[in-house]
Design a protein around this ligand. Sequence first.
Ligand code: SIN
Length: 551
Amino acid sequence: MSIFDDRRYLIPFCSRLLPQLFTDSLIIGGGVAGMRGAIEAAMHGNVIVLAKGPLDLSNSQVAQGGIAAALAQEDSTQEHFHDTMTAGAGLCEHHAVRVLVEEGPREIERLIESGMRIDRAQCGAPSLGLEGGHGRPRIVHSDGDMTGRELMRTLCASVKETPGIRLFDRCFALDLCVDPQGRVAGALTWHPKHGLQVIWSRATILAAGGAGQVYRETSNPRVATGDAIAMAWRAGAVIRDMEFMQFHPTTLYIAGAPRHLISEAVRGEGAIIVDRSGTRIMVARHPQGDLAPRDVVTRGIVEHLAQSNESHAFLDARSIGSAGFANRFPGLAATLAGYGIDAGRDLIPIHPAAHYTVGGVQTDVDGRTNLPGLFACGEVASNGVHGANRLASNSLLEGLVFGRRAVLASVRESLPDPVPMQWESRVRTSVAGELDLDDVRSSLRSAMWRNVGIVREGAKLRDCLDMFSFWGRYALGTVFETPEGWETQNLLTVGHLMTRAAGERRETRGSHVRTDWPDVDPDGAFHISWVRSDASARRERVGEDVASTSS
Ligand code: SIN
């Protein structure tokens, strides 16, 4: 048994000695899925929402492009379905995608009814952007490229004015409580002011986002450390499709600067990807050229850079013009100006970076996990909607649709009232020599980027697993008292799960590229999953999940 299968809790504790809180719904995560879920949950009982950082620090908040939905007269949910399935490279669950595209437009109407401002054309119809993999413009956006900010403003305002919702920011969820009947009954949390607390809940809903920080190069904010995936793993949830991490093709590539996202919508407005000599990289590689699905564009860029021995490519947005760019992408124009770049005049240096965790906690279309009482939605979940590669701007939509559905399912289950139980953990520590935690974290992120990144190879994946087990013997054999330590333990766990899954999938599909298995396996349309108690991987063919028909 590996160290990652052995460790059940991050810290030793005894619930009897800790402050205890009670709630009907405990929502772990304060991004779009968590906030949407909280609004729904408050109609049925009281709610606690935990956010690890300040509320304005989430992937949802920084989302640029927007929310995909078939709103245009000439568009249809069937076309949105088709584009999502195509991007997903044979691994999407049909039923989940149907739910997404059919329930999506109503979710956007609800947001507008709640006061969300969206950009509109002169005739008053929503102004719709175009992004990679979409057959037509269908991306709803706000304030040009600040959709996430307006979306979260709207959801947070609704949450704050809804009675019965308590919002705890800067609150770290460490571990889930599973009662003797196997039901999830709440979580152990830590807050810098209040210390450790136990929150007992009727239903626990994971909505804590992804794990982009496991990579050195990422568009994700620093909070995206995969804590909920690691916590669910320790509690015995099935973790699925972890080999699929989506790399966004265009993030700003300036030494020392964060990898700011340069929205695909910029290409939707006419920008093209070129190399140093001005040669177009995508035009001969795919019929959709610069607007091919994200995995195709990312792969095209890294292949071209490898062949030409160059470090990065460029986005040429000069056709949009300085004024046009500032008008359509005010947030990006300001960011670029900070680095002395005027997109109407200068080429923008870009390189792909880790962007979206496609895999996660396995759920059905109602957010149910294999553990009664535990639900998951948004980026932390693997409900089959994204297959092997997520279609652009389907993630905010997923958070909205499945945040609501997970809560409705939890209400329908009529789960018993939260009852405090004697819950304690004794952590076995190891005698492994001490390592520098910051160094482990940055070495892990570099190793993931080099070996489990855009292009993978079996021998390197195996080396990585050995390295992670070595670091794990120290990091998971130690008790830490701060979020930095817990995050590193969670990052190692998630990195291990991703590497294991990448080694198990012997083909190239969607965002998972193997140089030693360069082709799509015609028989490879299955999901790969694990539970902590069972060392062998499970394979489940696409379409075999139990489709719930409730809404
Ligand atoms: C973008 O604006 O390119 C990102 C949107 C997404 O991740 O779907």
